[in-house]
Design a protein around this ligand. Structure first.
Ligand code: FES
Length: 153
C-alpha cells in the first residue's frame, strides 16, 4: 500500500498526517511519485505547461517497461507496455475518487483497486463507478534508442 493510500485508509486529513509522518520518520517527504529518471534534457515531466518527458528504458527505474505487461508511474501518469507490446500512457488518477490505478496484464485493462472501476487501454470507462475516462497521452517509442516519449499534442 502506498503512503497516500494508507493515509486515506485512516480517514484523516492528509496534511496533518503527513506532517506527523514526516517528523516521525525523519525521512524526506518528497512525493512518492516523483519523476523517474528521464533522458531528454528536460527532467521535468511538464514542459511549457504540457506533459512531455522521455523514459530511457536502459535505466533500471524504467525496466519494467521492457516486458509486455509491465508498467511504471511518472508523476501522475501510468505508462504501460501492453500484452501486445504497445506502449500506453494515461492519467493514473481514478476519476471516481482519485486512487492510483494499475495496469492488469491478465485482462489488458486499467483497474482501480479502491472501488473496482475498470478502464480500457484508451482510458474509456468499462466498469463504474468512475464517471469519466482517464486522460490519455501520446506515446512514441524509439526502438533504436530504447526510449519512450510521453507527451500532449
Ligand atoms: S476511487 Fe477508483 S473506483 Fe473509486
Amino acid at each position: 500500500m502506498k503512503r497516500a493510500e494508507f493515509i486515506r485508509s485512516l480517514g484523516l486529513g492528509s496534511s496533518a498526517l503527513m506532517a506527523v509522518y514526516c517528523i516521525g520518520t525523519l525521512s524526506s517527504c518528497a512525493n512518492e511519485d516523483t519523476p523517474l529518471p528521464v533522458d531528454n534534457g528536460n527532467p521535468n515531466p511538464i514542459s511549457n505547461g504540457k506533459v512531455d518527458f522521455t523514459l530511457d528504458l536502459s535505466l533500471a527505474a524504467n525496466q519494467a517497461l521492457l516486458a509486455n505487461g509491465g508498467y511504471i508511474y511518472n508523476g501522475n501518469i501510468i505508462i504501460a507496455k501492453t500484452t501486445s507490446g504497445s506502449f500506453i500512457a494515461l492519467s493514473k488518477v481514478c476519476t471516481h475518487q482519485g486512487t492510483t490505478v494499475e495496469y492488469r496484464k491478465d485482462t489488458n485493462d486499467i483497474y482501480c483497486p479502491n472501488h473496482g472501476s475498470r478502464f480500457d487501454i484508451t482510458g474509456k470507462v468499462i466498469q463504474s463507478p468512475a464517471p469519466s475516462p482517464l486522460t490519455m497521452y501520446k506515446v512514441e517509442y524509439n526502438a533504436v534508442t530504447a526510449k519512450v516519449r510521453v507527451f500532449e499534442a
